[in-house]
Ligand binder design. Structure first.
Ligand SMILES: Nc1ncnc2c1ncn2[C@@H]1O[C@H](COP(=O)(O)OP(=O)(O)O)[C@@H](O)[C@H]1O
Ligand SMILES: [Mg+2]
Length: 582
């Protein structure tokens, strides 16, 4: 872990080391910029000689023209190289962050809102890369500044001495303007993110807004958010309004000094007109160079902040996929029973599971039932090893789960939940997601048929090529569910986790999905969480979970006899079915 204090530069440097920045391109930028700076140091001296009467000195004029052309070329070349360096640098940092996102353990995502995580990837890398790029500019500015001062010194010491005090003035002005620019720019960014967050949350909930008649309220809230953004923009514009003249004043002071004092020196014969012009050109350079120090300082501050935020992500530990044993090896040496031993778990501080013990026999159906919020989904998450238990362990055969390669472990499971998520893309894309690359259309259709989905898929004009929309929004709940089941079938897992997979569906669809599930469950170790007790009656064992504890364990008949909670649940359900039957 990096030093977390806000003052530390460690995250910044370790991040640019880790992100594999395009150092070759930065080197090239350096060389091209070095040439540009050298040319612009040479050019006023030649101008001076030309103005001093050497206008008919052809080689000199050619040299001047050549130098101008060379400068033009290196300037545009450095622009080009910088574009590449900047884009590649940003891209590499973004790649680092993205692959980290995919590999960090699930608890990470419970802590951070996803919009914040998005901005870590879109926005912050630019700051870091910007600072690296600007560092090259600073080297060049230093070179240009020192070079200019030395040349001016050799031309006229007095005028140089008069100009030197301008340097701190430029520095103060550019730091001041830079400070307020950065501050207001940050605010613009924050407000902009706020607006994006507001829109991203509201737009998918338009139905909710309309059905509760909250249009006016939402319009007003949106207006407020938009107005916040506007206010920040105005502040930012005011900084430019006052900052720009301040920056310009520097130029005025320099020009004034050179014209007044330099002019005076020409009348006394200490300076000729050519030198005066050359002096002016060098002094203009000084202005640009010093100003870039101010900009650099602001850049560096922003980059440091960004590096701190990103390093939280980049230095979180990834899930360790490689463990001691392969899944296949463990299964070969023992049966495929999974045992939960003394499991205790908390998401944050509250106990969600306490001392959970039970065995999941291979090839059989284990059902988990119990009141909502009792911890059933959490048990499935622990079995899939999305979270580590705080106490206790999960054992496959004789081997503790944490000793088995994580990727292979998860590959052995399929999880079908109530709101099975689909990704945007076609139905085919979504089904294939469960398998490897070389899956034929025949296999996709076979899986769809087993999932009871082929009929409705073929009823779409575009069949498997039908787009499912964002999160599958163009399909009904039952259709989404059956595609999710087809996806699970393609994966062909040894273990199946079903989490209330039919509970949000109407009776008819639910029975279609149940049929599909029955096919999927055949010959697999299945753990099924179900609301509808009639679907779990035939399970080999039923586990009653209440408030994070195992309240009862047995077959349907045993539990009806011995377990009050289970009997109660069955009675409630029975009464409901009676009502429905009427
Ligand atoms: N990601 C989470 N972060 C914090 N608490 C959670 C999270 N998921 C579930 N919980 C809490 O854990 C408890 C058990 O939830 P869950 O396992 O989903 O219950 P069930 O599936 O039995 O309805 C609930 O009190 C719930 O509020
Ligand atoms: Mg649940």
């Amino acid at each position: 872990m990096p030093d977390q204090s806000k003052k530390s530069w460690k995250p910044f440097f370790s991040l640019i080391r880790k992100a594999k920045l395009p150092w070759g391109l930065y080197g090239l930028t350096f060389i091209v910029m070095f040439l540009t700076s050298t040319f612009s140091l040479m050019s006023p001296k030649i101008m001076q000689r030309i103005l001093d009467g050497e206008i008919f000195n052809q080689p000199l004029v050619y040299k001047y023209i050549g130098l101008s052309i060379a400068t033009a070329i290196t300037v545009s070349l450095s622009g080009l190289v910088r574009v590449f360096a900047t884009s590649q640098g940003t891209r590499n940092i973004q790649n680092t962050v993205w692959s980290k996102y995919i590999r960090v353990p699930l608890p990470f995502f419970n802590k951070e809102p996803s919009l914040l995580l998005i901005s870590r990837l879109t926005h912050d890398p630019q700051h870091i890369n910007g600072a690296v790029n600007h560092f090259i500019s600073i080297l060049m500015s230093t070179y240009g500044l020192v070079g200019s001062i030395i040349i001016m010194w050799t031309m006229n010491v007095k005028l140089t001495l008069v100009l030197l005090p301008v340097i701190p003035y430029i520095l103060i002005v550019s730091l001041l303007v830079g400070h307020f620019t950065q501050k207001t720019q940050d605010q613009v960014q924050t407000r902009y993110s706020g607006m994006t967050a507001f829109l991203a949350e509201r737009l998918p909930k338009i139905r909710l807004i309309k059905s509760f008649g909250k249009e006016q309220q939402e319009i007003e809230q949106g207006d407020d958010v938009i107005d916040d953004q506007y206010q920040a923009d105005v502040k930012r514009a005011f900084v430019d309004l006052y900052g720009e003249p301040l920056i310009q004043s520097v130029q005025g002071v320099i020009m004034g000094l050179i014209l007044v004092y330099g002019g005076y020196l020409t009348t006394t014969g200490e300076l000729d007109v050519g030198s005066l012009v050359a002096f002016y050109l060098y002094a203009a350079n000084i202005h640009n160079h010093v100003q870039s120090y101010g900009v650099f300082y602001q850049n560096l501050k922003a980059a440091k902040g960004a590096a701190h935020k990103i390093s939280d992500v980049v230095y979180s530990d990834s899930e360790a996929y490689k463990r001691e044993k392969s899944f296949a090896e463990v299964i070969e040496d023992s049966d495929g029973d999974i045992r939960l031993e003394h499991l205790a778990f908390q998401y944050e501080t509250q106990d969600v599971l306490r001392d959970v013990n039970f065995n999941i026999p291979e090839g059989k159906v284990t059902a988990i039932v119990g009141p909502s919020g009792g911890g059933k989904t959490t048990i499935l998450s622990l079995i899939e090893r999305f979270y580590e238990p705080n106490v206790g362990r999960i054992i496959l055969g004789h081997t503790p789960a944490e000793k088995i390669h994580l990727d292979e472990w998860r590959n052995a499971f399929s999880y079908v939940s109530q709101g099975s998520p689909l990704l945007s893309g076609t139905i085919r894309d979504n089904i294939i997601y469960g398998g490897n690359d070389n899956i034929t259309d025949e296999q996709v259709k076979e899986a769809a048929a087993k999932a009871n989905a082929l009929e409705f898929i073929e009823a779409f004009p575009e069949g498997l090529d039908t787009e499912v929309g964002e999160m599958g929004s163009k399909l009904s709940g039952g259709q989404r569910q059956r595609i999710a089941i087809a996806r699970a079938i393609i994966k062909d897992p040894d273990y199946l986790l079903l989490d209330e997979a039919t509970s949000s569906l109407d009776v008819e669809t639910s029975s279609k999905v149940q049929e599909a599930l029955d096919v999927l469950m055949e010959g697999r170790t299945t753990i099924v969480v179900a609301h509808n007790l009639s679907t779990v009656k035939n399970a080999e064992q039923i586990i009653v979970i209440d408030q994070g504890k195992v309240n009862g364990l047995g077959t349907h008949e045993e539990l009806i006899k011995d377990n009050d909670l289970y009997r109660n649940l069955v009675e409630i359900q029975f009464a409901k079915e009676q009502r429905l039957a009427w």
